[in-house]
Design a protein around this ligand. Sequence first.
Ligand code: FAD
Length: 609
Amino acid sequence: MKTAGIRAGPGGVGPAAPIQHPSGAATTETQDEEHPVSTGKGIDTQQATHLAADDDQPPAEASADTGGFKPDAELPAASALGAFLEAPPSGTPPEVVEALTLMAGDPADPLPPRLYFETVEQSPVAISVTDAKANILYANAAFEVLTGYDRHEVLGKNQSILSSNATPESIYQQLWRTIQRKRPWTGVLINRRKDGEDYLAELTISPVLDAAGRIRYFLGMHRDVTREHELSVALRQQKTRIETVLDAAPVVVVLLDTDGRIILDNQEYKKLLGDLRGREPLALLRSALQQQAGFDPLERAAAGEGFRDVEISIEVPGNAGPRWLSCSGTAVNESDSSLSGYFIRGDAGDQRLLLLANDITGRRREIERAHLENLRARLAEQQLAQGMREALTAASYQLQVPLNMIRAASGMFKDGTGNPALFADMLGQITQAGETALATLHAAMPTQVPEAGVNVNVNELLRHVLALETDNLLAAGIVVDWQPALVLPELSGHKNELRSLFKHLIDNALQALYEGGGSQRALRLATRALDDAVEVIVEDNGPGIPSGLRLKVFEPFHIGWRNRRGRAGMGLALAQEIVNQHDGAIEIDPDYRDGCRVRVTLGNVRARD
Ligand code: FAD
């Protein structure tokens, strides 16, 4: 390893011209003058002695190889020097004696002067010493490694040899302003290595003063902080990304310590704060969880426990009803940021609560609305059933009258006791009573409310019907093969009617599978997009429909089931009507041999509908 020393100039050094460190504790100046860092210590006077030079002379030049530092005991020269200095030969110039005295150091001092040089030379920090104009007088080995320059290449050159020209001029101006005020400066510059690669240098420059308090040298110490910079940029980017994601999330997110202090929150939290007109949402959420769910989220977090999807409601001023929130909490252990936590790994950090609150007011209202609608529909159904029961009771009572008269007339007819005029009168009464009963029945007939045509997704309707039939399918041990088209055009249609169409076809398949009695009962439902239409297949592996009945099954009141189970034989007739309204067709596939396959095509509902 090549090393370069600095030796005293021809003017020599002596006690008359000691180099002094700026007196007192000078403030270290940094790039940001508002934020001074810790006090600089400057150069030890003994080390500085090596650098001392005559005011008018260039103070240094490269010396021969100095070698590594060795303990005093291994330096016989030191004791020889000691002997020399004890009795210097007459005629030895006093400056030489003084210089050698300084070099030899104090035998009582365990730290010889050379140690200071070796310390600098072997330091892992790039160190350079310049004259007052920043011309390099000395550079240590670490300087060579970091900059790529051999020290002989830089000696006598200005430190600006390291400049990449990318550091703003204002930084240099600040640097020079500071060091010329005899204050240390610390900052970051963009340097360029000999091989042309740029790096970020964190540099500290300390002025070194002479006895008269004039700046004679500068001590520069710098290290490569590129990696730190890259890491801090990556950290900032990561933070920005996380904040962006958090702020974009349509969920309240807040991170708390176990005392309930907010460490981080997102836009939704701030929005809730605004909606609550300044009342702290956290306090409300916490007390709602305590009162409505029976636990304190902070206590949970302190115990390292979380919770999920707990629904609570809070009152928000100006809102028609309460605001419903689904809350989840995760206990987070944040690594200890105190110095004592530096060497400790694991979960010895601080306990935090990550609280998420999702506004589910819309969903809750929807459920409540659906519930009400359901209730209303059930009430209407009950009312309808009650009305029909009453009407049927009345009609059957009214039918008793013509029936009794028919019985009486038929008895008289058999006995030959009646006469045509009497029979004519009786027939008139029978007709009138029959018409009254019929009118009662007609009046009880529920009026059909025409359904509006809306955009329907056939897959979705089929899925709903399947969901309704799940229990029946499971009970019958039927394997369902559901093959919806991945993309299906929406049709304009009557939702309820289409639902009852599908329900009817599935119910028929179920009945067929019951009656077929096979052990491997299978139901296949499939949809397919056609031009401007949708095809639906409902297929079962039951007994199938004989070819002679394939059209007849669509006639009203046709019943082919062995077990009628309260069926009226109107299902397929009504199915046909619904399909017709949707400009479609329904058929029993004649080519299907393993059971029954019903093929339905549906187009857009016709205009009247
Ligand atoms: P320059 O013209 O040299 O300087 C730019 C500005 O700095 C000038 O406009 C002026 O405001 C000011 N300035 C420069 N020299 C003086 C001066 N003698 N007195 C007063 N003001 C002055 N620079 C680096 O880029 N990288 C380093 O690692 C580095 N290390 C340094 C170590 C020490 C110990 C010292 C004393 C300086 C160091 N410098 C370093 C600064 C360097 O000397 C140059 O000032 C800088 O590189 C800009 O060089 P330049 O040629 O672009 O412009």
